[in-house]
Design a protein around this ligand. Structure first.
Ligand code: NAD
Length: 429
């Protein structure tokens, strides 16, 4: 099928590329002309495992192209996906101005029947607004359908998640677009749930809020473990083997961040409020999450006594492993809080140093993870990159002026770290 994706970011580029890999003919549109230029010249604007090779392959096969012209994208394809940002406004509600603007652009470019698919994460009832907007700004009598098709991929595993999704959710208001949506997703052999648009939009916020809740739940348990001498990993193991609970998202840490969970959580709380429901449960999820960061910072300052003037090594800047994305990264927040307390920082991330450089100033960026602790008073682990588990701990210990490690991701075994001579403080153990 001919497909256009509007918004070529983490979601749009992965979606477009994986559709092309599935045999579809894809045009990716982005208003950022520099990003389009980078892609047209064979470069990659983001780091996502496995993506660069797939982009190259599908461009070479003539199935994937990039443009900054929405008009061109709308003309080329019958099915148009919207994957633009839906950031949070200061009151926690969602800024839908990108969605509205793209809806108007699509309306202006439409000459015949189009299926307009919203892949961005949006509040329930946004589909109705998109349909109204297209009707208002398009030529009279134009036929179109609006579809909600929320995306569930995880950055860092995005290609894998897209190619083998647990399920595909498709919200429609008529039968007409269903066959096309089924054809688009046929190569991925996942169950396709056909539902109404409002339910599809709710599924996305409900699912993300539930995952955030699961993380905050285990983080709350980590507080009890620290207070009682339990081990949160043992508790999580014992809980997670119950198939009704499941072991995923039961990893205690310094808290969740990223471009999705915090914003989707506050959006859902706000959506609930506008629908007359006080979602106190989710407010508590937010509170636990920020308390977890406070507790980690306190652990550092309680141990070092005075943070001002201390030199600290920080491993990890991305909001999680396998990505260069630093949007709303807990690691960056941690660095900023330590800087505000007067610490000097040496930092390393396998992929995110360039993007972090735009936000995190006056730190020393260190290319080798084993050198980050050199001359520092303590080392902090802020992101769960798998390579950090292969740190040369002997060298780290020799490099540190005091062998102290604060591990916000529980990467190491406390008994082993003690044996190696570290004062090792992790989460809930
Ligand atoms: P992103 O910022 O990486 O990408 C969005 C892209 O849209 C940018 O390249 C931007 O230049 C482009 N854009 C903005 N306005 C445009 C316009 N008028 N015309 C054309 N292009 C335009 O964002 P993202 O992380 O890909 O997220 C996109 C949506 O998907 C959001 O609603 C997000 O909540 C949702 N989502 C994200 C993830 C994730 O892991 N990142 C997962 C699931 C859902």
């Amino acid at each position: 099928m001919k497909i256009t994706i509007i918004g070529t970011g983490y979601v749009g580029l992965v979606t477009g590329t994986c559709f092309a890999e599935g045999g579809h003919e894809v045009t990716c549109v982005d208003s950022d002309v520099n990003k389009v230029k980078v892609l047209q010249e064979g470069g990659m604007p983001i780091y996502e495992p496995g993506l660069a090779g797939l982009v190259q392959k599908n461009v070479a096969a003539g199935r994937l192209a990039f443009t900054s012209s929405t008009q061109e994208g709308v003309e080329r394809s019958e099915v148009i996906f919207i994957a633009v940002p839906t950031p949070a406004l200061p009151d926690g509600s969602v800024d839908l101005s990108y969605i509205e603007s793209v809806s108007r652009d699509i309306a202006a470019g439409m000459t015949g029947y189009r299926i307009v698919v919203d892949k961005s994460t949006v509040p329930v009832k946004t589909g109705e607004k998109v349909a109204e907007t297209i009707k208002r700004y398009g030529k009279p009598q134009l036929e179109f359908d609006v579809v909600s098709n929320p995306e569930f991929l995880r950055e860092g595993f995005a290609v894998e998640d897209f190619m083998k999704p647990d399920r595909v959710v498709v919200g429609v208001s008529s039968q007409r677009p269903v066959a096309a949506m089924q054809e688009i997703y046929a190569p991925y052999q996942a169950p396709v749930i056909i539902t109404d648009i409002n339910s599809a939009e709710l599924i996305k916020h409900a699912a993300n809020s539930f995952l955030a809740l699961k993380i905050s739940y285990i983080n709350a348990i980590s507080v009890l473990c620290e207070a009682s001498g339990g081990n949160v990993q043992e508790v999580a193991r014992g809980m997670g083997m119950d198939s009704r609970i499941g072991g995923k998202f039961l990893e205690a840490s310094l808290g969740f961040g990223g471009s999705c969970f915090p914003k989707d959580l506050s959006a859902f709380i706000h959506i609930a409020e506008t629908l007359g429901y006080n979602f106190g449960l989710l407010k508590e999820v937010q509170r636990i999450n920020s308390a977890q960061m406070d507790r980690f910072v306190k652990k550092i300052s309680d141990t070092l006594w005075i943070v001002k003037g201390k030199s600290l090594g920080v491993l990890g800047l991305a909001f999680k492993q396998n990505t260069d994305d630093v949007r709303n990264s807990p690691a960056i927040e941690l660095c900023q809080r330590l800087q505000a307390a007067g610490a000097r920082l040496r930092v390393h991330d396998p992929q995110a140093m360039e993007k972090a450089g735009a936000i995190l100033k006056e730190v020393t960026y260190v290319a080798d993870m084993n050198e980050v602790a050199e001359g520092c008073d303590a080392l902090i682990i802020a992101t769960e990159w798998p390579e950090f588990k292969r740190l040369d701990l002997e060298r780290v210990r020799r490099g540190l002026s005091h062998p102290i490690i604060f591990d916000g991701r529980n990467l190491f075994d406390p008994a082993e770290m003690e044996r190696l001579g570290f004062l090792y403080k992790s989460i809930g153990r």
